[in-house]
Design a protein around this ligand. Structure first.
Ligand code: FAD
Ligand code: NAP
Length: 530
């Protein structure tokens, strides 16, 4: 028997044992049936059933799920250092320079607020006005956590029999990957299937002095306090970073080229920005940077101009943070060797994450036109592995993906923005239920409730199917996550308003949405329980 069995050795042994106990005719019939059922798992000329390029959220999920389903898998991961030399370990953007350090710094900022609130609840805090964070200690704690996750990830890969290769992968041909290793040597690996999950990295603007700025790739390990910071870009990253920097006591300014949070419901986006202004964050609207130069005092002079008024201005900052979007890491892949189609630094895939080359797939931030979010990459990676190795036909559903902007007063949503619903269904066919609300815990410390607002965008037809839910307030992600399942299950306003709330929470406000925008009634409640 000359077949080379490449799945899990225990399975192989069982199969070989049972085959050798059969007669010759049966044996042939067995193999032909086994081969057709397991076609993807029997390879003749490749070392691996699957090579994954990229050990981030999507790549790791795909690699581990493939092993669970019997595949022999190698996962390459390599981090090209930032222009100022920052680098990190396995796990990709989310763990090292994304969701995780961001959430920890957001939490650090919220805790600062809580210390002051605690006084109004009776805590005696000596010299509370002098309390300030120690940036060095914060960075150390955040980095310690990241290092522990890197370590657990490596152990997990070893335990699950995913071969981790710390090398920069590129295509030699559709089944051969070259891994450039840290010591400069090259290793060639061959695989039946290749999954590209290389994610993206921050963009730098094409202006003089751009290299004097840093990006989110550097911020979470910055070895000095950022001080007065200009954040260029008003997407997720811009608002979140400006939010926690301000919360930690640093002067923060957000430069907005066009609108805040493009792609999000614009009424909600503007409330998020207003809530940030109330906390002391400055916004330079309709403004783009022109040049950055280093001043004699070690600070950075940024010249910028307003595209509406054409007025040029300048200011000095300690740190300039570019948060102007991310580019897919396609350049390093030598895609010309395999002719995989790309569009704007991203890989084009169909709804099964298949590229135009039959054995090459892509998941996560590197694919074109999909949300750049960790759970999206993970879910898509897992489902892909099941389709390749377990005969599954389930494809990734990219609709109604819930998300949260961790601005100081958080914003979470699922489904359609009001303007998108109107564009798609017509204004007359959309009903928007909305309301301001007052979180109970805000009363004692007299925190501003001005921007605590939520709305449900629904069809106006009989059952009033919910198309989108939007919430600004504390723990927004925790509030919206469960409602996301309801929206995916076809939630209607009737069901929502017939749901009994949990009191006193802010999530229960969704069950009390009685005022429509169309009615023109005041959506401001008199008390917390009205
Ligand atoms: P990545 O996680 O980027 O992993 C790709 C890996 O491949 C990297 O390690 C990369 O170095 C490596 N690589 C690249 N090229 C090669 C190559 N040729 N060979 C080998 N390895 C290679 N998402 C959320 O859901 N919630 C959040 O709160 C959130 N916050 C974020 C905050 C910030 C500041 C940022 C930047 C992102 C945030 N995201 C958040 C987005 C989230 O991090 C990404 O969507 C997610 O990490 C994408 O996973 P991925 O597997 O596609 O790519
Ligand atoms: P983004 O959401 O695409 O926002 C980029 C911002 O930069 C926009 O405001 C854009 O303005 C502006 N911009 C672009 N080019 C510019 C230029 N040359 N000069 C000045 N401004 C410019 O990108 P991001 O904030 O970097 O985030 C990247 C992705 O990471 C997001 O799409 C998101 O999926 C993911 N992420 C998720 C979370 C989360 O889940 N909480 C957090 C962070 C990141 P215009 O609107 O004018 O184009």
């Amino acid at each position: 028997m000359s077949y080379f069995l490449c799945w899990n050795s225990k399975v192989a042994l069982k199969v070989v044992n049972s085959v050798t106990s059969m007669g010759a005719a049966n044996t042939n019939r067995f193999w032909s049936r086994y081969m057709s059922g397991r076609a993807k798992k029997l390879v003749h000329q490749y070392e691996y059933d699957l090579i994954v390029l990229g050990g981030g959220s999507g790549g790791l999920a795909c690699a581990k799920e493939a092993v669970v389903n019997g595949a022999k898998v190698a996962c390459l991961d390599y981090v090209i250092p930032t222009p100022i030399g920052t680098k990190w370990g396995i796990g990709g953007t989310c763990v090292n320079v994304g969701c995780i350090p961001k959430k920890l710094m957001h939490q650090a900022a919220l805790l600062g607020e809580s210390i002051h609130e605690a006084e109004s609840y009776g805590w005696e805090i000596p010299d509370s006005q002098k309390i300030k964070p120690d940036w060095g200690k914060l960075v150390q704690s955040v980095q310690n956590h990241i290092k522990s996750v890197n370590w657990v990830t490596r152990v997990d890969l070893r335990d699950k029999n995913v071969e981790y290769v710390n090398g920069l992968g590129s295509f030699v041909d559709p089944h051969t990957i070259s891994a450039k290793l840290k010591n400069g040597s090259e290793r060639l690996l061959t695989g039946q299937n290749i999954v590209i999950a290389v994610g993206g990295r921050p963009r730098y603007p094409e202006i003089p002095g751009a290299d004097l700025g840093i990006t989110s790739d550097d911020l979470f390990s910055l070895d000095h306090a950022p001080g007065k910071t200009l954040v260029v870009g008003a997407g997720y990253i811009g608002l979140e970073c400006a939010g926690f920097l301000n919360g930690l006591g640093y002067d923060a300014t957000v430069m907005v080229r066009s609108i805040v949070l493009r792609g999000f419901d614009q009424q909600m986006a503007n409330i998020v920005a207003d809530a940030m202004v109330e906390r002391g964050i400055k916004f330079l609207h309709k403004t783009i940077p022109k040049v950055v130069c280093r001043n004699g005092n070690g600070r950075y002079l940024v010249k910028y101009y307003n595209t509406e008024t054409d007025v040029e201005s300048s200011d000095e900052f300690d740190t300039v943070l570019w948060a102007i979007g991310r580019k897919g890491l396609v350049n390093e892949l030598n895609l010309s060797n395999v002719n995989v189609e790309t569009k704007a630094d991203k890989i084009i895939v169909n709804n099964a994450e298949e590229t135009n080359v039959p054995n090459i797939y892509a998941v996560g931030d590197i694919i074109h036109g999909r949300p750049e979010l960790t759970p999206v990459a993970i879910h898509a990676g897992r489902l892909l592995a099941r389709r390749i190795f377990a005969g599954s036909t389930q494809i990734m559903d990219y609709t109604d993906v819930a998300t949260t902007v961790f601005s100081p007063l958080e914003y979470a949503c699922v489904g359609m923005a009001e303007e998108d619903a109107i564009r798609q269904h017509g204004e007359d066919n959309i009903e928007v239920f909305h309301g301001f609300y007052k979180p109970t815990e805000f009363f004692v410390p007299q925190k501003s409730v001005r921007y605590c607002y939520l709305k449900a965008v629904a069809l106006r037809s009989d059952d009033q199917k919910v198309l989108g839910l939007h919430y600004i307030g504390p723990v927004a992600g925790e509030v919206i996550q469960g409602f996301a399942a309801a929206v995916k299950s076809g939630l209607t306003m009737k069901i929502l308003l017939n749901t009994v709330g949990i009191h006193p929470t802010t999530a229960e406000e969704f069950t009390r949405l009685s005022i429509t925008k169309r009615s023109g009634l005041d959506p401001t409640p008199a008390t917390c329980c009205s």
